[in-house]
Design a binder for this molecule. Structure first.
Ligand code: GZL
Length: 305
């Protein structure tokens, strides 16, 4: 075992595996499943790591207690995907005092950047803007009565996608009838869409779902109302999971913006550098594409997630 305060720089110094505590948001969506798989593969023992994994079931208090237990265990580094942006200052200060580097993966926090070493994630604002541009372009000169299924309230993904989307539709005739959280899950996406349909009925002709899973849940509600998704209601979503691209290829979705979940390799690289005391950047953004129906058909056969 190493003596230095940071639980010891290990791994390539031959003093045993790098001990990692990973606090994951939960298992709420296909994207999350792919992200967890990517992180677990990259932080595997044959890569020089010893991983302790915690699923917070989308509850901030579970993440805070998991991080505290990692500090008590004296891990070499903490990786965490913060379910929401706020409320992390105290626990991040405790990790800093224990000299344990914290690497954010996926979502961001609004804490002082000195409280974490780096973030590896996607540009949510750009994703929202890409989705908004598609709506603005496709409904130029036509009436667009749009409803939004927002992601988890207070999450960076929901906040930033909303910002980017609203920026892109500013000054257009796109009318946002309503916007509510479906918490990134299929079941809540379906329930909220049922409510929208009861309230606005056939006047809705566009749905912006901030992840594929809420859009997939909404499909059931749209069909149950006797409407045809992709035609009566055009649908744009974000993530680019296999199920989302399949719905796009089938013509049930109309446009899907990618949010790359395969962040494991970059996280592992940043953790090794941080634990070895090397300088790392504050932010690493993954590359995201966008798909129309033809692009979805082309991508599906080799889609890794
Ligand atoms: C985005 C990620 C979001 C996905 C959802 O990086 O935080 O959380 O868009 C997931 O599918 O639940």
């Amino acid at each position: 075992a190493c003596s230095s305060g940071a639980g010891g720089a290990s791994g390539d110094s031959g003093s045993g595996p790098i001990k990692i505590g990973f606090s994951q948001v939960g298992a709420e969506s296909g994207w999350r499943t792919a992200n967890t798989k990517s992180l677990k593969e990259a932080l595997a023992s044959d890569n020089g790591f010893k991983l302790t994994f915690s699923d917070a079931q989308q509850k901030q208090e579970n993440q805070i207690s998991a991080i505290r237990s990692f500090i008590t265990q004296g891990v070499d580094a903490i990786v965490f995907a913060p379910v929401v942006e706020t409320g992390w200052d105290d626990v991040l200060k405790e990790a800093k005092d224990a000299e344990i580097p914290v690497i954010l993966e996926d979502r961001s926090v609004d804490s002082d950047p000195s409280l974490y070493t780096s973030r590896v994630g996607d540009d949510f604002e750009k994703e929202g803007e890409t989705a908004g541009k598609w709506v603005a372009d496709n409904f130029a000169g036509k009436s667009a009565n749009l409803v939004v299924l927002e992601g988890t309230t207070g999450s960076a993904a929901a906040n930033d996608r909303t910002t980017g989307f609203n920026q892109a539709i500013k000054g257009t005739d796109v009318k946002v009838l309503d916007s509510q959280t479906g918490n990134f899950t299929r079941s809540e996406g379906k329930t909220v869409m049922e409510g929208f349909l009861q309230k606005y009925g056939k006047s809705i002709n566009v749905l912006f779902a901030q992840n594929d899973d809420m859009g997939l849940g909404a499909l059931d509600a749209i069909k149950a109302a006797g409407l045809t998704p992709g035609k009566d209601i055009q649908i744009v979503t974000i993530d680019g999971t296999k199920d989302g691209l399949t719905a796009l290829a089938d013509g049930q979705f109309n446009y899907v913006v990618e949010c790359n979940p395969l962040l494991g390799d970059k996280v592992a690289e940043v953790v090794k550098a941080a634990v070895a005391g090397k300088k790392v950047d504050k932010l690493y953004l993954a590359k995201d594409e966008a798909f129309d129906q033809a692009a979805a058909e082309k991508a599906l056969p080799t889609r890794p997630y």
